[in-house]
Design a protein around this ligand. Structure first.
Ligand code: ZN
Length: 271
């Protein structure tokens, strides 16, 4: 059972400070009382020590799982109904589509001055399969490498619901077929009647407020829109740091479309 926690376990984790709740400004809320109605409450489970061996990166971070209260309660309600009806297959189907984000912390967040940060959008094909149609895999491994080598530490926020810039894995597969028929990555989204980029960075903003606070931070990104979206969340002191990795023959056209769309990439980066 994915998000269901036995009440006794839940109470113990709260007492240990390992199950906490924050608002969208990153402020701690009391996890032992029912969350206020409406949007904007995030549950955090952790820290969980995570030894990592990814590509040439060999490191250790603290992992937090993060999920919205609204999403959690809806799923738990449905899950409860399914459990009583014995529909465990449906239950796991429900679980698999819920966006549980992750935070990977390197170093001591109370000591952060100007930490190095990456907000990474999930990409099954790139991050897990190592697909070279995009540059997500090398960007993820490279960000982990850079963040964990920083003397002052840093944060990687992994956004689980951001597959295909927010359109989901199924639609992304369709856009790949459209791209192979000549469209670029944005045209393909439009052909499906979907936005160029529907990613919502609200939860990432809340998590950064919580772990970094009002301090300045350096963000590994080539995407000015990501910086703007986080600035709208009140994170005003973000310095973008270029993060160009994994450029190759299989993704040069894709990256060129990103460059024309507004990503801070120049000809040299793609050569
Ligand atoms: Zn990707």
């Amino acid at each position: 059972m994915f998000t269901y926690l036995d009440p006794a376990v839940r109470r113990r984790l709260i007492a240990q400070g390992k199950l906490r709740r924050i608002d969208l400004r990153g402020n701690a809320l009391d996890p032992s009382v029912a969350p206020p109605e409406g949007e904007g409450v995030i549950n955090l489970l952790g820290p969980i020590p995570l030894p990592i061996h990814l590509g040439r990166v060999n490191t250790r971070v603290q992992w937090y799982a993060s999920v919205r209260s609204t999403e959690l309660s809806k799923v738990e309600e449905l899950a409860g109904a399914l459990r009583t009806q014995g529909g465990s297959k449906l239950f796991s189907l429900l679980a698999s589509s819920m966006a549980v984000n992750s935070v990977l912390l390197a170093g001591d967040p109370t000591q952060y001055q100007n930490p190095l940060v990456r907000v990474h959008s999930s990409c099954l094909t790139g991050d897990v399969f190592g697909s070279e149609r995009c540059e997500c895999g090398p960007q993820l491994a490279g960000a982990l490498e850079r963040i964990t080598q920083e003397p002052g530490g840093g944060v990687l926020v992994y956004m689980a619901g951001h597959e295909g810039r927010g359109i989901g894995l199924w639609a992304k597969a369709a856009t790949y077929l459209l791209q192979d028929a000549g469209e670029n990555t944005y045209q393909a989204n439009r052909s499906l009647g979907l936005p160029d980029d529907s990613r919502d960075f609200t939860d990432a903003g809340a998590l950064l407020h919580h772990f970094v606070g009002d301090k300045p931070m350096r963000l590994l990104t080539n995407n000015p829109k990501k910086v703007q979206d986080l600035a709208q969340m009140g994170l005003a002191h973000i310095t973008p740091v270029k993060h160009v990795l994994g450029v190759g023959d299989s993704n040069r056209r894709y990256l060129d479309a990103k460059r024309q769309w507004g990503h801070q990439l120049d000809e040299q980066d793609l050569s």
